[in-house]
Design a protein around this ligand. Structure first.
Ligand SMILES: [Fe+2]
Ligand SMILES: [Fe+2]
Length: 165
């Protein structure tokens, strides 16, 4: 923990740590949902979809990494077990039980939309009291917005392909 770094945060740091750990849980679950989706996805354009899902998986893992570092900086501990991820998650885990491309895409689009809402709220919360977290959350939010659009445009391409066939 950096003592001065923690001291300059102008809000309840323990409350902030809880929220950062919720986001940390969401990122691990999103990572796994994407990673598994990339392995099992089936249907039109599955190769393009799988490579996009894998790219997103790696970016979600990078988000978990950024959040863990910030949690530690602030004197907290990242959630120490997968059971804790499920207990603290905000956006949940939507198991890809149906491997059809459009179903997998729709589940992950929902996940991205939840993440965008969570990070947008967090951004407002830390805007004045904690510019360091603000900067980190802004970086993550920008990528979640990209993710949503990547998936929605793939979904549109699949619709076009299916309509023409
Ligand atoms: Fe993420
Ligand atoms: Fe994402």
């Amino acid at each position: 923990m950096g003592t001065k770094g923690r001291q300059i945060v102008g809000m309840d740091v323990d409350k902030l740590l809880d929220i950062l750990n919720q986001a940390f849980a969401d990122e691990w679950l999103a990572y796994y949902q994407y990673w598994l989706g990339a392995k099992i996805v089936k249907g039109p354009m599955k190769d393009a979809v799988a490579s996009e899902l894998l790219l997103h998986a790696n970016e979600e893992l990078a988000h978990a990494d950024m959040l863990a570092l910030r949690i530690i900086q602030l004197g907290g501990t990242p959630l120490i077990s997968p059971e804790a991820w499920l207990k603290h998650t905000h956006c949940g885990y939507d198991a890809p039980t149906d491997p059809f491309v459009k179903r997998i895409l729709s589940q992950n689009i929902q996940g991205e939309q939840c993440a965008i809402e969570v990070y947008q709220k967090l951004l407002q919360l830390v805007k004045d009291p904690d510019p360091v977290t603000y900067n980190l959350v802004l970086t993550i939010l920008q990528q979640e917005v990209e993710h949503e659009e990547d998936l929605q445009s793939l979904d549109e391409d699949i619709d076009l392909l299916m309509m023409r066939n």
